[in-house]
Structure formats: structure tokens, C-alpha cells
Design a binder for this molecule. Structure first.
Ligand SMILES: *Cc1c(COP(=O)(O)O)cnc(C)c1O
Length: 416
């Protein structure tokens, strides 16, 4: 048997034994596409189409304003939040879906500062997804908190930056670029030992691995639903606040949806006592309706099984890639050990952008992150082991033939 046949035989066996194999059929995936970009935008769950049809033709067109009550539109942020809570290990009344991750970071940071008014330092990661840092800057511009300490600039490890002056620590559970995973429990304990509040960004972990916010006693968290939760383009984000903080915490975007009695139309603001205090204004209902199917779908599956398959998929991809990586100048930017990474493998290559474009043309969709990272996400609900072996073989072919050198692969689009 050639190595190629051997890899295919292994993949077929793993696919036959895969307890999640049938989930793939619940997604619409065009043709023979190998979609390794669910970490940027998840595919459409088939059930979402019927929901959208119903939301447009019956709820909106027929029932109009009555749908706020009859179709439960007004409760969608809490109802969706309760499903997300199940997925991330929180109580149902600790999460609402709303707004965008960026906006929720702003609210969460302010909320954390409201719990630690005597402290003036925000700790974050220099390698964070940039919007997280931009929002930190925005918060600094609107509060007395003037000190930002960044892991990677002010110290190599974040732990060293947390002390008795630290009000809040903002960190990603999974690094968007490399896939490196944080120990949520250990970092939370360290923050708490120093009296700081911790906010986790779950954009690259929610839906793909156990988060267990309550078990680790996390204070606040945010995340998006259009990546591994398959909520659709621009679907609402979410925000979590631990029950013990709900009574005291304040967020600055005091809009009417966060009011205790929005339809009393009082002249002054008094926040909802529960998690709805994190709402601001009217939510994008059609996007909420598109999101339901993805959330329900993920909740059906055991997160332990999802994580197990995720590690096996990335391990298989890595072992296939390592057979030829060195020969073609491909490096590994993700942790070698599956326990230490999320559901992605990031590879480096000097012409990574062009290689990714050539892969897309061959039906393997990954993405490029500056300066030289090729990112491949492996979502266990719709990626098979056969997909993994095929993607690696196509990558090898592109590197071997150097087809990526063709000028058509150099053109940059607005979104990469
Ligand atoms: C995707 C992502 C975001 C996205 O923020 P939006 O406001 O939803 O555009 C934020 N933070 C991280 C870490 C992400 O991966």
C-alpha cells in the first residue's frame, strides 16, 4: 500500500467509527467543498432555512407587530442565551445573546470596572484579536482607568501582570491565530487570588470544546455565534455574567431593553436585576431567528465527544502535513499537543496568502492571517477524517506543483 492509500484506509476506518458522523447531514455544504473555515463563519444548518421562511412569511409579513409576543421575539435574547449557557457550562439565566462581540467586550470591561472601582489596571494580551484591544482602548478613553498591561509587551506571561492594582483581566480561551488554549481554571484562580475580575473571550472555543464557566467560577465572558455555533453571518453575540455579580454589576449602555420595565416608559433608567441588564436596544430579530438552528444543533451533542473528535481531526491533519512540511517550507504555528490547542491547525509559509487562494480554487477553504499564517479550522460536526486526508493531499499537490505562483493567486480581496 502507498502512504496515500494507507492514509485513506485510516480515514475511512475513523469515519466508520465516528459517533458524530451523522451530524454532517444537518448542514448545507455545497458540492465537494472541504470547508475548513468554520472558525470564521460556520456553514448553514439546513433547519435554519425553514426558520427563516417562517420568520419572514408568517411572523413578519402576516403577524407584524403581534410577533413580538406571539412569536416570542422579545424573549429571543434570553431564550437564545439559555441555550448558549448549556453549551458553555453556565446557568440559563446568566447569559443573553445580543449585539456584537466587540460591543459586549465594551460592556463586560465596564461591568468588571464597576465591581473594582478602586483599581486602575486592565490586563490583556498583545496577541489578542485586535478588536478586543481596540475596545480596551475605547474603555480607557471613557473611564478613569488609564493603565493597560499587555502580555507579550509588558511581560512574556500574563500571570506576571496581575497584581493588587489589576481591576480586570481580558483573555481569549483560544488564540485566534495559533489556536493555543488557556487553562481557564488556573488563570481564573490566579486572577481571583489577586482580587481581579476575569473576562473570557470565547469566540474560538464556544461550540468546539468544554468551557465550564461555572465550574471554574469565571466572572464574565463574551463570544460570537457565527463561528463554531453556526449562527449565520453577523449573528448576535453573547455575554455571560456570574449570578453572584448580577445585582452589583453596571454596564454603561443603559438602553431601554436593559430596563427593569421597558414598557412602563419611565423617564429614568433602572436596570433589570438579572442578565437582561446587559441588553441595550432592539435586537436584529431575523438574525436571531437564523441563529436558533445552529444553537439547538450544537446543544444536542455531547461536548466531550465534540472535543475528542476535534483533537483527533487536528492530530490527523498534523501527521499528514508533517510528512512533507519541511520539504516545502511549511512550519507549525499551533501547539504540537492536541490538548494545548483548539480546533484549528495554523501553518506558516512565506507565500501563505497565495497558497490559501490556490487551495480555495481546489475546493479546500481555509484562511490567511497576516503575516504568514494559513489557518485551518476543523469543526467536528461536519468535517470527516476523509476531508482531512484529502485536504492535506491537495495542499501537498499545490506546494509540489507550485501552482500558487500563478499571478491570479496574488490578488487581495477586502476580506481575507
Ligand atoms: C471573531 C472575533 C471577534 C469578532 O467580533 P465582532 O464584534 O463580532 O465582529 C472578537 N473577538 C475575537 C477573539 C474573535 O475571534
Amino acid at each position: 500500500m502507498s502512504t496515500n492509500q494507507h492514509s485513506h484506509a485510516i480515514a475511512q476506518k475513523l469515519d466508520r467509527q465516528d459517533p458524530l458522523a451523522t451530524a454532517r447531514d444537518k448542514f448545507f455544504l455545497p458540492g465537494n467543498l472541504i470547508y475548513l473555515d468554520g472558525n470564521s463563519l460556520g456553514p448553514a444548518p439546513k433547519a435554519a432555512f425553514a426558520d427563516l421562511e417562517e420568520a419572514a412569511h408568517r411572523e413578519w409579513a402576516q403577524n407584524l407587530i403581534g410577533s413580538w409576543n406571539s412569536a416570542g421575539w422579545f424573549d429571543l435574547p434570553s431564550k437564545s442565551g439559555a441555550i448558549i449557557a448549556d453549551i458553555i457550562g453556565a446557568q440559563k439565566d446568566e447569559v443573553v445573546a445580543c449585539d456584537t462581540t466587540s460591543i459586549n467586550i465594551f460592556k463586560a470591561l465596564h461591568a468588571a470596572l464597576s465591581l473594582r472601582p478602586e483599581r486602575n489596571v486592565i490586563v490583556a494580551e498583545a496577541a489578542s484579536f485586535p478588536t478586543d484591544l481596540y475596545m480596551v482602548e475605547g474603555v480607557v478613553g471613557t473611564t478613569q482607568t488609564k493603565n493597560i498591561r499587555l502580555e507579550g509587551i509588558d511581560a512574556p506571561e500574563i500571570e506576571a501582570l496581575i497584581d493588587e492594582d489589576t481591576a480586570v483581566v481580558l483573555v481569549n480561551q483560544v488564540d485566534y491565530r495559533t489556536g493555543k488554549v488557556r487553562d481557564v481554571g488556573a488563570l481564573t484562580r490566579h486572577a481571583h487570588a489577586n482580587g481581579a475580575i476575569i473576562v473570557f473571550d470565547l469566540c474560538h472555543s464556544a461550540g468546539i470544546m468544554p468551557v465550564e464557566l461555572n465550574q471554574h467560577e469565571v466572572d464574565l465572558a463574551v463570544g460570537c455565534t457565527y463561528k463554531y455555533l453556526n449562527g449565520g453571518p453577523g449573528s448576535p453575540a453573547f455575554i455571560f455574567c456570574a449570578t453572584k455579580h448580577l445585582a452589583d454589576v453596571q454596564q454603561p449602555l443603559s438602553g431601554w431593553w436593559g430596563h427593569q420595565t421597558p414598557f412602563a416608559f419611565n423617564q429614568s433608567y433602572s436596570p433589570d436585576p438579572g442578565i437582561r441588564k446587559f441588553l441595550c436596544g432592539t435586537q436584529p430579530i431575523l438574525s436571531f431567528r437564523a441563529m436558533q438552528a445552529g444553537l439547538e444543533l450544537t446543544r444536542q451533542y455531547d461536548m466531550g465527544k465534540i472535543r475528542k473528535k476535534s483533537m483527533a481531526l487536528t492530530d490527523l491533519f498534523l501527521s499528514e502535513i508533517m510528512k512533507f512540511a519541511e520539504e516545502y517550507g511549511v512550519g507549525l504555528a499551533s501547539p504540537e499537543n492536541a490538548q494545548d490547542r483548539g480546533s484549528q491547525i495554523s501553518l506558516t509559509h512565506d507565500s501563505g496568502y497565495e497558497v490559501i487562494q490556490a487551495l480555495i480554487e481546489r475546493g479546500v477553504v481555509g484562511d490567511f492571517r497576516t503575516p504568514n499564517i494559513m489557518r485551518f479550522g476543523f469543526a467536528p460536526l461536519y468535517i470527516s477524517y476523509q476531508n482531512v486526508v484529502d485536504a492535506a493531499a491537495i495542499l501537498k499537490d499545490i506546494l509540489e506543483t507550485e501552482i500558487w505562483r500563478d499571478p491570479r493567486f496574488k490578488q487581495k480581496s477586502a476580506v481575507t
